[in-house]
Design a protein around this ligand. Structure first.
Ligand code: NDP
Ligand code: GDR
Length: 370
């Protein structure tokens, strides 16, 4: 039985990847952080009672900031494959916690690579590094490929730049099977609530259900190449199954503005929006509402811009060229943006529909919004 170790198993990608590898017959080990509340919601459906026989999913406490536990866990697990997905992954938050982000996202990757080397596993263990389209940052050329120059625009991206190159360096210096997947934005109903797509689908659902008046967003002009996380974790797996270790761009090749994502999310539930005004004064108003379940008056303002969400330096345009992955890995995404938006909207309408029933029955629900 092949054994995989996933850092960041409690995150969006970790959850989909764990499910995918279990379905392939792997024994999956994951590193979770200690927190004061349970933080395994996304993988609870995969949980197996450790007292049972034949456990295929095992969780270990750890943190990428602590090499002692990284070494111990890797020594104990002796993994065939490591997927290094753990990271402080929010670009805007990285401006507020730059040193922490460098330590976890940058040096954390070094800790994993060096642990494998020190433990004498360089020949056995293959390593996937979660690199990112944020490396491209300021536009140098589009569509972005494996050879497009990097120009990172946030402490997050700079930390990931170090992680990218230390992965390449360990591959070249020690002959390790270590690869970067340069993944463009990928989303799903499991996406963290403060990333823009999930913030929009949650906001649209709550506004339609009468639970929220307005959704405040930042830069509506930003363009992103959005895919589905389920498709992208399959690419991670494929990258580690090749003869040669290489780096790959994983993307859809199509870019969309944040504004158009907002339009698509509301349209999915029968609400057409019109955008009026410019810059910080731009707002989205209801142009029509064909869904009898949602009573939204025409002309009502539901989207407004709040400069609080502007970033000190922004990445304006991302559009990836996945030709290499399609050709060499045979990777083929199953979702397009319309199917992604549909799945996310359906999930959030259902979530908030249930929550509304609980609220009306007098239950207190603590929700945080950003
Ligand atoms: P999430 O933010 O959903 O998950 C991040 C995971 O990392 C969580 O399990 C989190 O734990 C864990 N983590 C955070 N800090 C630490 C730490 N100090 N030590 C160990 N683990 C830690 O991210 P995604 O699943 O979306 O992304 C997975 C990886 O891919 C990340 O590295 C991200 O930067 C990268 N990436 C993501 C893209 C995307 O569009 N989603 C695109 C390109 C790259 P906890 O649950 O406790 O917070
Ligand atoms: P990103 O994702 O920064 O691309 O990083 P995010 O969804 O946070 O932002 C995408 C774009 O939307 C604009 N935006 C807003 N963003 C947020 N979060 N909240 C808002 O209210 C808002 N309004 C507009 C942003 O300015 C930005 O241009 C994600 C993360 O998953 C990274 O870990 C990963 O590496 C990259 O994708 C690829």
């Amino acid at each position: 039985m092949r054994r995989a170790l996933i850092t960041g198993i409690t995150g969006q990608d970790g959850a989909y990847l764990a499910e995918f590898l279990l379905s392939k017959g792997y024994e999956v080990h994951g590193i979770k952080r200690r927190s004061s509340l349970f933080n395994t919601d996304r993988i609870d459906h995969l949980y197996q009672d450790p007292h049972e026989e034949n456990i295929h999913l095992k969780l270990h406490y750890g943190d990428l900031g602590d090499s002692t536990n990284i070494i111990r866990i890797i020594q104990q697990v002796q993994p065939d494959e490591i997927y290094n997905l753990g990271a402080m992954s929010h670009v805007q938050v990285s401006f507020e916690t730059p040193e922490y982000t460098a330590n976890v996202d940058g040096t954390g990757t070094l800790r994993v690579l060096e642990a494998v080397r020190l433990l004498g596993l360089a020949e056995k263990t293959r390593i996937y590094q979660a690199s990112t389209s944020e490396l491209y940052g300021m536009v140098q050329a589009v569509p972005q490929t494996e050879t497009t120059p990097f120009y990172p625009r946030s402490p997050y991206a700079v930390a990931k730049l170090y992680a990218y190159w230390i992965t390449v360096n360990y591959r070249e210096a020690y002959n390790m099977f270590a690869c970067n997947g340069i993944l463009f934005n990928h989303e799903s109903p499991l996406r963290g609530e403060t990333f823009v797509t999930r913030k929009i689908t949650r906001g649209a659902a709550r506004i339609a259900l009468g639970m929220q008046d307005k959704l405040f967003l930042g830069n509506l002009d930003a363009q992103r190449d959005w895919g589905h996380a389920k498709d992208y974790v399959e690419a991670m797996y494929l990258i580690l199954q090749q003869q040669e270790p290489q780096d790959y761009v994983i993307a859809t090749g199509i870019t969309t503005t944040v504004r158009d994502f907002v339009r698509m999310a509301f349209a999915e539930i029968g609400i057409e929006l019109e955008f009026v005004g410019k810059g910080v004064h731009e707002r989205g108003i209801v142009a029509s509402c064909s869904n009898p379940d949602f009573l939204l008056e025409i002309g009502r303002e539901v989207i407004a811009v709040d400069p609080r969400y502007f970033r000190p330096t922004e990445v304006e345009l991302l559009i990836g060229d996945p030709t290499k992955a399609k050709t060499l890995l045979g990777w083929q995404p199953k979702y397009d943006l319309a199917a992604l938006v549909k799945e996310m909207m359906e999930a959030d309408v259902e979530n908030f529909h249930k929550e509304k029933i609980l609220l009306e029955a007098g239950y207190q629900i603590n929700n945080q919004f950003e």
